[in-house]
Design a binder for this molecule. Structure first.
Ligand code: BDR
Ligand code: CA
Length: 316
């Protein structure tokens, strides 16, 4: 089977960076481009990190298009540094990238790529959805042209991680999420309900580091701050692989329990701003607008992730 052609819209971010590595380690996937957005940290650093991680993995031929610096309406989130470190990639230190972002804004790049090859590109959003929302508003013809959208975001039955009621990617730009949820694009949602079951532990990182490789060391150094955060605030040894789990939709869809649901997002600006809620009781009578991963065999995914990182580490 031909590899699935994907573009990742991202705010790297520790788990974002691990997502690129997993894509590059997977023959089932052809990573066509990265588009960046501010989220975990500002746009300068997310763009720099995207370029630097591609260089680390000998993949700087993959284009990076820089996107939006600010959410549509909300002020910029400031909480990402506590989780991802001030650089956005934990304790990892990567050289200043030699490559540059392309000369086109992420919004225009997405529009051009999606319209050029209708039904060919699957988009993965693993940060706030500002770029995609503006691309839909600028060129609505991308809606029927996009093959599928897989997004990491939301908390359906789970509590939130940005506020008690909202997940970070949605809370960081709830208005963008609102536009995307109601766009008509076929969506697969990977919310915290599934991602919190995928915990990479210090023992996993040590196992990977039996291989002497810059990739294995990057995974160890990048996850260090992330793991400290989880230990301090959530009380467990390890960190959730939120963003990498999106790729399991291609790599191992059988791990998920999906439900078709109508999901909406609160943009009223109150205490539940950014909350994502499914109409489980069908009271709105609206048809499902997405497929939601409500559960996953988390440990099986972590094993898959480590095996792929081991094979990449043996090559680089
Ligand atoms: C999401 O928020 C970010 O901090 C992570 O990179 C992930 O995309 C998890 O809620
Ligand atoms: Ca992210």
């Amino acid at each position: 089977m031909n590899p699935k052609r994907i573009i990742i819209d991202t705010d790297p971010g520790v788990d974002d960076a691990l997502t690129f590595l997993l894509a590059l380690a997977s023959p089932e996937i052809q990573l066509e481009a990265l588009t960046t957005v501010s989220g975990n940290i500002g746009i300068e650093k997310t763009t720099r990190n995207a370029l630097a991680v591609l260089e680390l993995a000998h993949a700087s031929h993959i284009p990076v298009a820089r996107g939006c610096a600010l959410p549509l309406v909300s002020p910029l989130h400031k909480s990402g540094e506590a989780v991802h470190g001030s650089s956005g990639i934990g304790k990892a230190v990567l050289p200043e990238p030699k490559s540059q972002p392309i000369d086109q804004h992420a919004i225009d790049y997405l529009i051009e790529r999606i319209l050029a090859e209708p039904q060919e590109i699957t988009l993965f959003t693993i940060g706030p959805m500002t770029n995609l929302a503006l691309a839909i508003r600028k060129e609505p013809r991308i809606v029927p042209a996009l093959k599928e959208l897989v997004m990491m975001g939301g908390a359906i039955r789970s509590g939130g991680n940005a506020t008690p009621l909202a997940e970070f990617n949605i809370h960081a730009d709830p208005h963008a999420a609102h536009i995307v949820f109601h766009s008509g694009i076929p969506i697969t949602l990977i919310p915290l309900d599934a991602t919190y079951k995928c915990l990479l532990t210090t023992a996993d990182v040590e196992r990977l580091n039996r291989i002497d490789s810059p990739i294995a060391r990057f995974v160890r150094d990048a996850t260090a701050v992330y793991m400290d955060f989880y230990k301090k605030y959530e009380g467990f040894d390890g960190c959730a692989l939120h963003d990498p789990l999106t790729l399991a939709v291609i790599l191992a869809p059988e791990l998920f329990t999906f439900e078709d649901q109508h999901v909406d997002v609160d943009i009223s600006g109150g205490v539940s701003n950014g909350n994502t809620f499914a109409d489980f009781m069908k009271v709105s009578k609206r048809p499902a607008n997405m497929k939601v991963a409500l559960d996953v065999r988390g440990r099986d995914f972590i094993e898959l992730f480590i095996e792929r990182m081991e094979s990449l580490s043996r090559k680089i």
